[in-house]
Design a protein. Sequence first.
Length: 689
Amino acid sequence: MRDNHSTEFKKMVERGDIKGTSKRMVVDGNVVERLSFEEAFTHHVDFVVMCCVDGIPFYSSRKKGMRKYSGRLKPGYVPPDRKTCVRILEALDALCDDEKAVRLQRHVREVGGQCIGMQFDMMTKHGVTYISVNGSIIIVVEGCLQMQPFQFGYKNWPAKLAKDGQAINSFVDSLCVRHGVDYRKDVGSPTIDGGSANWKAMRLGKKDGRYCGAHKMGRKVLYALGMTKTSQHLNPEGPGLVKTFKRWAAFVKKCRQFDNSQKDFQVKLGLAQDFASAKTTVVANETRWDGIHHTIERSTDLEIPMYKAKSLLINGNVLDMMDLDDDESSVDADAELPLEEDSLSDASSDSDVRHATPSREKKWEDRAAERFPDKKAWNGGHGLRTALGAPRAFNKLIQHSTEPTVHLTLKLARGVINASSRTPVTMTKWVTSGESMVLGRERVMAADLPPVARITRTLLAEQVEKGFFEDDICERDLVALHMDVTTDPRKILKSKPLETRMIKAYQKLYRETERFLGVAPPSLRRGQKKKQQRRSGDDGFDSLMAEVEDPLSSDEENDDEVPATDEMNQIHDIRQRKGDHPDVQRAIVNGKFEILLFYSQGQSLRPVHYNMARQVFADQSTEGVSESSFSTHGMLASKLRKVLGPEIAAMMVKVARNIEWLGPDVLKKVFAKYKEMFRADPEAFRDEG
């Protein structure tokens, strides 16, 4: 059957069977109807699962001015489950409804929607653009999508072309041989970006490839959605689609054979003329990855607008996520997204050539000062970062983990473990000293890490898998850290702003607990009746996270309202004499300080602290979350606290924004599940409805 491939393929072209969103495809040289994804996986399961669906193709090393690839998979890679791959691809394929396919030139403005990304058909050289209206994908647009075969960067491009291009094609060819497919016979050799290795067409390294203005527009929006959080309320599915589009395109690239004659479609459709663009613009293929994170965060071949990039990076401490020497992708933070026709005609083929001029270096410095004003913002997480290895690898771990990227994130966790097992790292080592733990720095191998650090990595991966991670410390953990009288929060946090936040969070919860118990001073009780009327239906006190978000109870209002009470200051006094304090000694069981036992013993003397402890700390005997659920990851957080102790409390991460993304119906289901898990304790959860 493979011998008849060329003739049959040409007949299909002449009949027009492969135009648009054709249902035909070529697998192993056979022209067949489009296979189900399960059937297609039987042909190319290795490449699809290992290199495409998970978005991690080859081991790559980046240098300023160029990209280098090799044919090795990254160490520690674990492919995702087969069913997960199939489900992702089927979900995207369901959007490709032929009845909804229309021309991009005619309908983008008519529907008033927004282009959110593109995929392409490597057999037909046609692309489809997804348009979103009111947050829903309603239309699939057919258009020309002629790709530039491969682009290595903005410097030394011709010199690196042959060496690196051959390495990539050798790897792909080896996969073809493994599956008994000879791609070079009729259609040339495939490249990593999905184009064919047509060296003559590339004219020995000149930037003369295949262009598409629609692709540039869709790609800019795709990157903007993937890089920022401020646009997610407009299109919440954007970040997930960024990754899904890349996986889909790679899947199509491998499962379909392509023919260079289809380049003529660019002339037939006249896409550049329809966009009133006199010049063609060089754009790189969206599937030319360095890995998912590198393509989204640091593209070097196209200027990508960012919505308020500053708000994304400075609040949360992702200081090592972007390498400014390589980060030439973004424009000013307030730049508008260029969706108009004029934006497609302004850029020339030379606009992607970027040299490190003095003015450009100054621009990088200014951008760095804007994004990263406080280099010490990560002090609170110092110990955990060093235990995990390289800061950049750790920052990749704590990014948002939606379901399609679970395996990617867990792979990074395993990669950090593998890397630290081969290379000594300077880390913070926890050493037991008397009744507390002290911190010491030394270079150790991962195998020599104390058990507390190894458990840290295990639980970290567990929380990442659940998608609960953010890059800051939640209020509950700050309060827990302050109430543990056996520790010194200042030595753990090492940050004055974090200490201030900790004290404010503690005072806020203390005063709210006083009101609930009816033991608040007279100055605090005045005006409380009016405030309770404003909170209709409040039969208890809200969780700390809800209180923090409550505009009716601000920190400034509370600070001016009540002076510190005797009980409020007792924690500091107990911490000063913890070595000989009788209550502290009675709370030590089997050499371990039981914090709930400590506060329960002094319930009559410190009733406010006892009720606060029930809210903040997990029940040691049942591992249940007591009184109030501050976040949907309460169980995982309590496990981490119990196993690692207070030194790691500062590394726990907030989930406020994650919870905001959940609708009220989803939240009710979450709390219902927790109630079912802990129904033995009727006081564990109040009615959140």
